[in-house]
Write a protein of this length. Structure first.
Length: 355
């Protein structure tokens, strides 16, 4: 295989692209003291943010003041669900626009979180200009805040999602992606990032634990689910090892995995979210397993994280080709039927920094 061919990954044309940026501002006593109560603080600031969003042509913007975590997914219809700890945004970037303030009565937020959802066509190729518009809004917002010296933590999330078995279902058309790191991609489009950027690239796959899978590995009245989980873990680790993939997680405890750079983030899991931290610079193997033998869950989540050496000039094409080969071997090993079952792969690129 030629080197240039190896550096591209051929992804189904039906792949979905998403991008969203969050800006987090700590809510301090000093900030709150400028307003009669929590609610008027949140409402005044959200009105200010929404006005600026109109000026910068940012059409899908939300302000979260109940400390819930935003989770963003592609969907043909626009939905927004709140759970105890998360706010789930489902939307189609081509059509959906919205502005919302999410608050809770008499609740003191730890941070004010602004969520900017990308809209329009060609999300990936327009990602740098979207980032520039968000940064311009934040630059205008900070002097308008009632107190100075507030810091803003910016996180830019991008993902591509597609069915690993699209071809087996008749979707033959693919598109060759070079999958370059966000930094060089932005630089080429005149979007300069600060020095202190933390970045992380990883792949997630959610595997529904089907009846067929359970029947093959567990007796009818099983209360110990170790054989199922151990089999999945062993097959996953073996497939990954064959492609020299060393930063791995299997989460099957009913929680949603949230991947962070362990060098920069304090990790604390909550009742719905399992925080998992990886250091992309570390050379030793990092494996995280979270499952309980006495708890049968609906889905197992698998994560493969790219290392620093995966994001050289050639981009993540080689890394993704290894990931796809490993996942196909894993799926074959556990008996997934490519023509009837989906295995949705999400390629995530994530950067964060403080301004």
């Amino acid at each position: 295989m030629s080197l240039s061919h190896q550096q591209k990954v051929y992804i189904p044309k039906e792949a979905r692209t998403n991008q969203y940026i969050t800006a987090e501002i700590k809510v301090t006593d000093e900030l709150l003291s400028q307003y009669p109560d929590y609610q008027s603080c949140y409402q005044t600031l959200s009105r200010l943010i929404f006005n600026l969003a109109e000026q910068h042509d940012l059409r899908n913007v939300h302000v979260i003041t109940n400390d819930k975590l935003p989770v963003v997914r592609y969907h043909t219809e626009a939905y927004c669900f709140q759970t105890t700890e998360q706010i789930l945004f489902f939307y189609n970037p081509a059509y959906h626009e919205a502005q919302n303030l999410f608050s809770q009565e008499n609740y003191r937020a730890r941070k004010l979180r602004i969520v900017f959802l990308a809209t329009g066509e060609d999300i990936r190729s327009n990602s740098a200009s979207f980032h520039i518009r968000v940064r311009e809004l934040l630059t205008e917002l900070m002097p308008l805040m009632p107190i100075s010296d507030l810091k803003v933590k910016v996180r830019d999330h991008q993902h591509l999602s597609y069915d690993l078995f699209a071809k087996a279902k008749g979707y033959k058309e693919t598109y060759g992606y070079k999958l370059r790191a966000i930094g060089p991609r932005y630089k080429a489009r005149k979007c300069e990032l600060p020095e202190n950027v933390s970045s992380l690239t990883y792949v997630t796959v959610s595997l529904p634990l089907s009846r067929k899978l359970k029947q093959g590995l567990l007796p009818d009245s099983a209360t110990d689910f170790t054989p199922l989980y151990q089999h999945l873990e062993d097959c996953f680790l073996k497939a990954a090892a064959n492609r020299q993939l060393t930063r791995l997680a299997m989460i099957a405890n009913g929680l949603t995995p949230l991947v962070r750079n362990s060098k920069f983030e304090k990790l604390d899991s909550k009742t719905e979210v399992q925080m998992i931290g990886f250091d992309p610079n570390a050379t030793e193997q990092q494996v995280i397993r979270r499952w309980n033998a006495d708890n049968l869950v609906e889905a197992a989540h698998f994560t493969i994280v790219a290392g620093t050496k995966d994001c050289d000039d050639s981009g993540f094409g080689r890394f993704m080709n290894n990931v796809e080969t490993a996942l196909k071997a894993f799926a074959a090993d556990i008996g997934v039927d490519p023509e009837r079952e989906d295995l949705v792969v999400r390629f995530h690129q994530h950067i964060s920094y403080q301004i």
